[in-house]
Structures are given as structure tokens and as C-alpha cells.
Ligand binder design. Structure first.
Ligand code: NAP
Length: 327
């Protein structure tokens, strides 16, 4: 099965519609991670044709980017690196900061950690309400002219914020949360992206592992794992989401001969100009990625899936708990 790809304006290489998400490789907020396995996962993804890698300086406070730099030695030009800016961390607390000065420092630090002289896609991680969009966007425009970045994206921005931002620099992508269970973007960001030619990098496309079908009622998370504070993973909601996963698993198998993981990814890919970010930190987690390609969900499938969700999840909740402090 050949990998589906699409083009991001400003980047010559076509990118795979499944991208490797590397937040967990940073270890922080994911109960720690194994660096050797992370590097193997990065190389395995690239060898499998997954050429888009999403990261951020804040993931492991630099560690995720450093691992990417190491893993891509000698093959950097075969990969498309998407990193971010606009968050700073002091004494372990993460806050927004999208001033021109901060962006300039972040890009230089990221280039060193990533062992490269350019970043393919540079995204503002969260909107900073204390800084004029003009200041942030102008700095990105300068970086693009200097050749340090090829394309500009934003993450967690509203359509109004994107409208303002794109008066100063051309936007290529937007990165919101999006998966079968978290669909707030259907009413605003997704139509906006379609109307403005933006590619959507959907984060949490497996709902932090829920949509892999590997969890059960006794699943627990260790250390600082973000899922310990994620309301979806707490009673009574956890049981409701697990019931939805169970029913979706049966539907995927009986109607399409697929795993729930493939169904969840396909659902994201069928919604528009989307790329599914798949967070993985062990090579075997990417097993079966090709199952998501080469087929489509029908309108009947979508109706049936929605019925499953409505009958199992009585108390839905989004990923809002993830938003960092505003300073
Ligand atoms: P995700 O992709 O929904 O889930 C990732 C987790 O699912 C993995 O860490 C792993 O957990 C589990 N998993 C993956 N494959 C599996 C498999 N085959 N079997 C069983 N479990 C599996 O969540 P995410 O990592 O939060 O989101 C993806 C990416 O989006 C991130 O890595 C990051 O690049 C980006 N992101 C961006 C933002 C933003 O604000 N822009 C926010 C969140 C995420 P275990 O390793 O613990 O088993």
C-alpha cells in the first residue's frame, strides 16, 4: 500500500499524511522515555516513508529536538521537520511568549538541537495574548526571508487569530487537536482551513492512546504522565470512552477488516486537507500504519460511528486541560 502524501505550501517535498509526533519522546509529562528507543522509532518511521516529524522545544525541554537531530544525521534532507516556538519554561512552568526576541532565540536554539541549518515548518505553539500578532508574524517573515524556515504555521489559533496573523505573513498550516472524540474544529477551524488553503496537522489523533484499543479499565499511568490529569481517563468518563472504543473496534473489524487504530487515522484523513499526527516512542507502535491508507469511510460509516459515540459517551469532554498558562 503506498503512503498518501500532500503538499504544504512553501515546502518542495511531498509529506506523508501520517506524521510522527514526538512529544512523548521528550519524556516529560509522559512518565519518562527511552532515548535509544526514540531514535530507533524516528529512523523506523523515516524508513517506512513517514517523512514528516512534528516536535517542539518544550517537549522534554529540548530533548525531543535533540533526539531528532541525532536520528537524522546523514539523512536530514529526506525528512520534513515541523517544530514550534512561543512557549518558554522557567522553573518547570511553561508559559506563552511569542515576542520577536523570544522567537529569534528559539529558532537559533532549535537549529542547534536539530543539527540543521533550516526548519521546514515553523509553528507558533499557542497564541500569546500579550504580544501583537504583527510582532510575531513579522519575525517569522524575516526568518523565512533569511532561509532559516521554509513555511509558517500556527497551533491552537482561532480563525479570527489566523485572519489577523496572516495579514503579516503567509500561513501554510494550522495544528489543532482533532480525533474521533475531539471535534471542536469541525465548526470553525476546519472550514476556515479549507477556505484558505491551509493544511491541518491534527494532533492527538489517537486521543493520547485511547483510540489504539490497547487500554482497559485497569490501565493506569505512572509518574508525571499527562493522562493522570486528563479528564477522559478518570471515572466515570473513562468507562464511557472505553465502551466507545470497544464498539468502534467491532465496527472497524466487521465492516472494513481493519483495526480501530486504522479506523481512527482514516477518520482524520477523510475530513479534509489533514495530516494525522501519530505520537509514538517505540518502533513497534507504528506497526500497521499502512492499514490507514488506500480506503475511505462512507457517509453511512460516518453516521454509524456517530451513533456509537452518542450511545456510549454520555459526558463528553475536550482536551482544554492542556492549555499552558498565559504569563
Ligand atoms: P496521540 O498521538 O493521540 O497518542 C500518542 C500515544 O498513544 C503514544 O505516546 C502511546 O502512548 C500511544 N500509542 C501510540 N501508538 C500506539 C500503539 N500502536 N499501541 C498502543 N498505544 C499506542 O497523542 P499525542 O502524542 O499527544 O499527539 C500526537 C502529536 O501531536 C504529539 O506527539 C505532538 O507532536 C503533537 N501535539 C501537539 C500539541 C500542540 O499543542 N500543538 C499538543 C499535543 C500534541 P504510550 O507510549 O504511553 O503507550
Amino acid at each position: 500500500m503506498s503512503i498518501e502524501t500532500l503538499k504544504i505550501p512553501g515546502i518542495d517535498k511531498a509529506v506523508s499524511r501520517i506524521a510522527l509526533g514526538t512529544w512523548a519522546m521528550g519524556g516529560r509529562l509522559w512518565g519518562g522515555s527511552d532515548n535509544e528507543l526514540s531514535i530507533k522509532t524516528l529512523r523506523h518511521a523515516l524508513a517506512s516513508g513517514i517523512n514528516l516529524i512534528d516536535t517542539a522545544p518544550v517537549y522534554g525541554f529540548g530533548l525531543s529536538e535533540e533526539l531528532i537531530g541525532k536520528a537524522l544525521r546523514g539523512v536530514r534532507h529526506t525528512a520534513v521537520i515541523a517544530t514550534k516556538a512561543g512557549l518558554q519554561w522557567d522553573d518547570g512552568t511553561t508559559r506563552r511568549n511569542a515576542t520577536a526576541q523570544r522567537i529569534r532565540k528559539e529558532v537559533e536554539d532549535s537549529l542547534v538541537r536539530l543539527e540543521t541549518d533550516y526548519i521546514d515548518l515553523y509553528q507558533i505553539h499557542w497564541p500569546d495574548p500579550l504580544v501583537a500578532q504583527e510582532e510575531t508574524a513579522d519575525e517569522l517573515e524575516r526568518l523565512r526571508r533569511e532561509g532559516k524556515i521554509l513555511a509558517v504555521g500556527v497551533s491552537n489559533y482561532s480563525p479570527a487569530q489566523m485572519d489577523d496573523f496572516s495579514r503579516y505573513t503567509a500561513l501554510a498550516t494550522v495544528q489543532p487537536p482533532y480525533n474521533l472524540f475531539e471535534r471542536a474544529i469541525d465548526s470553525d477551524i476546519l472550514p476556515y482551513a479549507k477556505n484558505h488553503g491551509l493544511v491541518v496537522l491534527a494532533y492527538g489523533s489517537l486521543c493520547r492512546g485511547l483510540l489504539t484499543g490497547s487500554m482497559h479499565s485497569a490501565t493506569s499511568f505512572g509518574g508525571d504522565d499527562v493522562r493522570r490529569i486528563d479528564p477522559k481517563f478518570k471515572a466515570p468518563r473513562f468507562e464511557q470512552y472505553l465502551a466507545a472504543v470497544g464498539a468502534l473496534e467491532v465496527y472497524a473489524r466487521e465492516c472494513h477488516g481493519k483495526s480501530i487504530l486504522a479506523l481512527a487515522l482514516r477518520w482524520v484523513l477523510d475530513q479534509g486537507p489533514t495530516i494525522a499526527l501519530w505520537g509514538a516512542r517505540r518502533p513497534e507502535q507504528l506497526k500497521g500504519y499502512e492499514e490507514a491508507f488506500g480506503w475511505h469511510l462512507t457517509a453511512d460509516d460516518l453516521t454509524h460511528i456517530d451513533r456509537i459515540l452518542a450511545s456510549t459517551i454520555k459526558d463528553p469532554i475536550g482536551p482544554e486541560f492542556m492549555a499552558p498558562a498565559k504569563r
